[in-house]
Design a protein around this ligand. Structure first.
Ligand code: AMP
Ligand code: ZN
Length: 115
C-alpha cells in the first residue's frame, strides 16, 4: 500500500473516520464533505487505484463493493426511495483520492428537475 494513501491510512486506523459498515474486504465511512444527507464511501481494504485498474482477479472484490453499497443503503434507510452509487476515475472523472471508492449517496433526489 502506498504509505501516503489517505484511504489506506483510514483502513489502518491512522486517520479517523466515521465507519458505518465493514466486511473482511471492504470498509465504508462517511464522506468528510457530504453532498447528500447520507454520503458514504465504500472502499476495498487492499489498495486499488480505481475501477480502471481492477484486474480479472479482483472480480469477487468488485462484487463485494457493490453488495456492500446495497447493504449500506438498507442500513441507512434510503434503499426504498432510491439512491446513487458512483465512482470517479482519473482526472477527467474528477477522482481526487487515488484509492478505489464508491460514493453511496441518498436521502435526497438526484433527478433533474427534482421530484
Ligand atoms: P473523489 O473526488 O471521487 O476521489 O472522492 C473523494 C472523496 O473523499 C471526496 O468526496 C472527499 O470529500 C472525500 N474525503 C477526502 N478526505 C476524506 C476523509 N479524511 N474522510 C472522509 N472522506 C474524505
Ligand atoms: Zn490506498
Amino acid at each position: 500500500m502506498p504509505d501516503s494513501c489517505l484511504f489506506c491510512r483510514i483502513v489502518a486506523g491512522e486517520i479517523p473516520a466515521t465507519i458505518v459498515h465493514e466486511t473482511p474486504d471492504t470498509v465504508a465511512f462517511r464522506d468528510i464533505n457530504p453532498r447528500a444527507p447520507s454520503h458514504i464511501l465504500v472502499i476495498p481494504r487492499r489498495h486499488v487505484d480505481s475501477v480502471a485498474t481492477l484486474a480479472p482477479a479482483d472480480e469477487a472484490l468488485a462484487g463485494r463493493l457493490l453488495l456492500a453499497a446495497g447493504e449500506i443503503a438498507r442500513q441507512e434507510g434510503f434503499a426504498d426511495q432510491g439512491y446513487r452509487v458512483i465512482s470517479n476515475i482519473g482526472d477527467w472523472g474528477g477522482q481526487t483520492v487515488s484509492h478505489l471508492h464508491l460514493h453511496v449517496m441518498g436521502g435526497r433526489s438526484f433527478t433533474w428537475p427534482p421530484g
